[in-house]
Design a protein around this ligand. Sequence first.
Ligand SMILES: [Zn+2]
Ligand SMILES: [Zn+2]
Length: 390
Amino acid sequence: MNLKQWLFLVCLPITQLWASSTEVKIGVLYGNTINEINAIQHKGNPKIFFDSLLFFRIDSTFNLKIVADLDSLTIFNNESKIARCKTVKILEDPESVTQLKHPNFKNEKYYGGQLHISSNSGFIFALNILPLENYLPGVLEAEVGINRPPEYYKVQAIICRTYTLSHLRRHEMEDFNLCDKEHCQAFKGFSKSGTELQKGVQKTEGIVVVDNDFMLITAAFHANCGGQTVNSEDVWNKKLDYLRSIKDTFCLHEKSASWTKEFLDDSWIQKMHKVSKEYKHENDSILFVKDFFFTQATRKKFYDVVPNCMILLKDMRTTLELKSTYFSAENRYGKIILHGRGFGHGVGLCQDGAIRMSKLNYSYKSILHFYFQNVSIVHLDKLDFYKFNE
Ligand SMILES: [Zn+2]
Ligand SMILES: [Zn+2]
């Protein structure tokens, strides 16, 4: 046991230094190109400020139309112009939920917590500021959806909490923590209470996954590994000890476990030249050799069919728009046929496998230890105490 680990264990009995009020600032409606929006009261009675001016309301409900110009906002209430300001702040009361509405939105959007709305070069820019634990249900709903096994929601809550805290600086330049798109983690906004999804977050409150040095892990996950996960360095160049390739039979019977894709010879050749400059024209002839086969009984890093030409499978996946890098290829009847397995980058936790394990009554701890090697599952208060003493 090294000194860090010894110190960590000695410090374990000291409790509850983590503040459950940790807040996150989320850029919502990220990347939109709308220049007006309606903010409508759905629940609660929040205070509203136009810059520092409190909006006095006779009536307890509001429906504000907010129109952005280059650097400020004009506010209308029932079609009457009532203010001009830089920022509209809708502060939270414990119950408040506000709807943001625009004809372009496919789904209705509701937000708890605070909303700060301003103009970003004429486009609506909105921040949702809320406690971490209130943010996570909206992430789970967007990332994994409803009707999943209860134990799986615990797994995913821990992963998303770990991811959030290790990526708080992702949008530092734009003055918020994470956006609401897949670039960070998809976030749906307010998620109604009392669901299994909510319970998964509550029952694991403050729990995260750390590595041997008690650093938050890169909590990678993907839809389906196809039977074997991938070493981190095969996809992202960085070798992480807890992201090792493992065999996974739990996901094998799910829909995403296998796929096929076909290319006509000409289009395959064109695309392969795009994938890598190493793929020279003299290599084209390999396609017309009768016994052309590329097989992956276990996962490989390179497409190594052509002598002296090692093409990264992750580059093929991007350019050829493949579901995964785990495929075999053959040349048949003038076509290249790919027989693939799995969906996603393949690193870390396999969601289909974890869902299956949850149904088979594995605990969230066993599931996390299965997909992430040599990690510890700890409460943030222990982590804060350790950092505090470092
Ligand atoms: Zn982002
Ligand atoms: Zn799997």
